[in-house]
Design a protein around this ligand. Structure first.
Ligand code: BES
Ligand code: MN
Ligand code: ZN
Length: 465
C-alpha cells in the first residue's frame, strides 16, 4: 500500500474519501448532511457509506463516527479507521483519501489502522484477497509517515511469521530472516557453540527435533548509547508438547509458539531503520519441541547457563527452559533493561483471554511504564503477581527447581521460574502473550490469526527513551 501526502484530501480523484463525524459537532460536509440519515449521529465506531453520484471527486464517501471530539484519541482513530478500511474492501475500493480534521497528531493511528485492516495472509491461496493500493493523507509530514510505516512494517513482519506454518518458519528460517535485516550486526550460533555456552536447558528442549536449533543475536550498536536494552522472544517454531504430548486440539495452533520471536524480528527490523540512540539486542533461542527417541524426558535434570539445575517435571513447559538460557545470555551483555515476550502459558490465556497480555517483572516502575506505553498504542497489558508462593510450588527433591509448579496460577509460576535466571542489577519485564498473539476470531482492527502483539509497545517504548 502506497501512502501519499496531499494538500486537500477531498479534492483527490479516488474511489473513497473517508471523513470523520463527531457526536457533538455538526459536520460541515454538505454531502453527509444531504445523504446521511439523522440516525447517523457520529457515535464512536459508526460507519456510513454514501455514493456520490459523480457530484464529488471520489466515487464514495465513507463517514465514520469518532464520538465526542474532546475524547478522540489514537486508539479510537486506529480502530475506527480500520473499520472504514474494511468497508472500503467490501466495496472493492483501491484508492482512498482520508480527511480528518483533528487537533491531535493522528498519522501513526491512521497508518496502523489502515495497514492492519488491509493485511491478509493469503500467500498460500491461489485467489488473492482484495487490497487497498493507495491512501492519500493531509496534514502530515514525510517524517511522521516514515516512522508510522516502519512500525506498521514491523507489525506486518511479525504477523506474517507467526501465520506461517512450522514447515516454513523453522529455526533456520528465522536465523536467515534475522541475517537478512540490513543495518544490524547479527550473530547466529549453532549447536556446538550453544553447547560451549553451556545452555543446557535450551539444548534439552531442542534435542528431540530433526530441525537444528539456532541461537540468534541481533545487535543495534551506537556510540555512547543513552541506554542498553535486550529484547528476548520465545522462538518455539513448533510446540508439540514433547513426550508429554499435547492433545490434538491444543496442538493445532502451536506454529504460533514463536510469536515472541516474530515480535523481536519485527521490532529489530524497525530499529535498524529508525536507528535510535539506544543500544538494542534482539535475542532468540529458536528450536522445536518434538517427541522422538532423542527427546528430553520427564525426570531429566538440566543445567542452565547460570549453573542452576532444573528437574523436568513436564516437557510441555519448554518455553521457560529456552528463555532461561536466553535470559542468562542477556544478563552477561550487561544491559540496563530486559524485556522478554513469550506465548508462555495456557494459564495466562485462561486468566485474560485475548483482550490483554500478562506482564510481570522485578521492577514495578519499569512494568508500569510498559503498561502505559501499551495503553497509548492500543496493546493492553495486565500486571500479574510475582509472589514467593508460586516459587515454593516448584521446589524439587533432586534439583534446584522443577520446571512447573501447581496446576493453578500458572502464568505467575512461569514468571517466578524465569526470575531465577535474571541477574539482580537489571530491570526485567516478562510479557505472556499466549492469549493475544493469535486470534481464533476477528477482534477490533485484527482479522483471525496472528496479531504481531508487542511490536507496537516495545518499539514505542524504545524510541521514546
Ligand atoms: N506454548 C504453550 C503455551 C500456550 C498455550 C500458548 C496456549 C498459546 C496457547 C506452552 O509451552 C505450554 O505448553 N505451557 C503449558 C505449561 C504447563 C505444562 C505447566 C500450559 O500452559 O499448559
Ligand atoms: Mn509447551
Ligand atoms: Zn510452548
Amino acid at each position: 500500500m502506497e501512502i501519499k501526502i496531499v494538500d486537500k484530501a477531498k479534492e483527490i480523484q479516488c474511489d473513497v474519501l473517508i471523513i470523520a463525524k463527531f457526536e457533538d459537532l455538526p459536520t460541515s460536509n454538505t454531502l453527509v448532511n444531504r445523504f446521511a440519515p439523522d440516525s447517523f449521529t457520529g457515535k464512536k465506531g459508526e460507519i456510513f457509506v454514501i455514493h456520490t453520484q459523480k457530484e464529488y471527486p471520489s466515487e464514495y464517501i465513507i463517514a465514520m463516527g469518532l464520538g465526542k471530539k474532546e475524547f478522540v484519541d489514537g486508539n479510537i482513530i486506529r480502530e475506527t479507521i480500520a473499520k472504514a478500511i474494511k468497508k472500503c474492501s467490501e466495496i472493492k475500493a483501491k484508492t482512498v483519501a482520508i480527511e480528518l480534521d483533528l487537533a491531535i497528531n493522528s498519522t501513526e493511528a491512521i497508518i496502523l489502522g489502515t495497514t492492519i485492516a488491509n493485511y491478509h495472509f493469503d500467500k498460500y491461496k491461489t485467489k488473492k484477497e482484495h487490497r487497498i493500493t493507495e491512501i492519500y493523507l493531509e496534514n502530515t509530514t514525510e517524517e511522521e509517515i516514515i516512522k508510522a510505516k516502519t512500525i506498521a512494517d514491523g507489525v506486518k513482519l511479525a504477523r506474517n511469521l507467526s501465520n506461517e506454518p512450522a514447515a516454513f518458519a523453522t529455526p533456520t528460517k528465522l536465523a536467515e530472516i534475522a541475517q537478512g535485516i540490513e543495518g544490524l550486526q547479527t550473530e547466529v550460533y549453532d549447536e556446538p557453540t550453544i553447547r560451549e555456552m553451556k545452555m543446557g536447558a535450551y539444548l534439552a528442549v531442542a534435542q528431540g527435533s530433526t530441525q537444528p536449533p539456532k541461537f540468534i543475536h541481533m545487535k543495534h550498536l551506537v556510540d555512547n548509547p543513552k541506554k542498553r536494552i535486550a529484547i528476548i522472544g520465545k522462538g518455539m517454531c513448533f510446540d508439540s508438547g514433547g513426550l508429554d504430548i499435547k492433545p490434538a486440539a491444543s496442538m493445532l495452533n502451536m506454529k504460533d509458539d514463536m510469536s515472541g520471536s516474530a515480535c523481536v524480528l519485527g521490532v529489530m527490523k524497525a530499529i535498524a531503520k529508525l536507528r535510535p540512540e539506544i543500544e538494542v539486542h534482539g535475542i532468540i533461542a529458536a528450536c522445536e519441541n518434538m517427541p522422538s527417541g532423542n527427546a528430553y524426558k520427564p525426570g531429566d535434570i538440566l543445567t542452565a547457563k547460570n549453573g542452576k539445575t532444573i528437574e523436568v517435571d513436564n516437557t510441555d513447559a519448554e518455553g521457560r527452559l529456552t528463555l532461561a538460557d536466553a535470559l542468562c545470555y542477556a544478563c552477561d551483555l550487561q544491559v540496563d533493561e530486559i524485556i522478554d515476550i513469550a506465548t508462555l502459558t495456557g494459564a495466562c490465556m485462561v486468566a485474560l483471554g485475548s483482550a490483554a497480555s500478562g506482564i510481570m517483572g522485578n521492577n514495578d516502575e519499569f512494568v508500569k511504564k510498559l503498561i502505559e506505553t501499551g495503553k497509548n498504542t492500543g496493546e493492553k497489558f495486565w500486571q500479574l503477581p510475582m509472589w514467593q508462593e508460586y516459587r515454593d510450588n516448584m521446589n524439587s527433591d533432586v534439583a534446584d527447581m522443577k520446571n512447573t509448579g501447581s496446576r493453578y496460577g500458572g502464568a505467575s509460576a512461569a514468571g517466578m521460574f524465569l526470575k531465577e535466571f535474571v541477574c539482580d542489577n537489571v530491570k526485567w519485564a516478562h510479557m505472556d502473550v499466549a492469549g493475544t498473539a493469535f486470534l481464533e476470531k476477528p477482534q477490533k482492527e485484527f482479522s483471525k490469526g496472528a496479531t504481531g502483539v508487542g511490536v507496537r509497545t516495545i518499539l514505542n517504548y524504545i524510541i521514546s527513551q
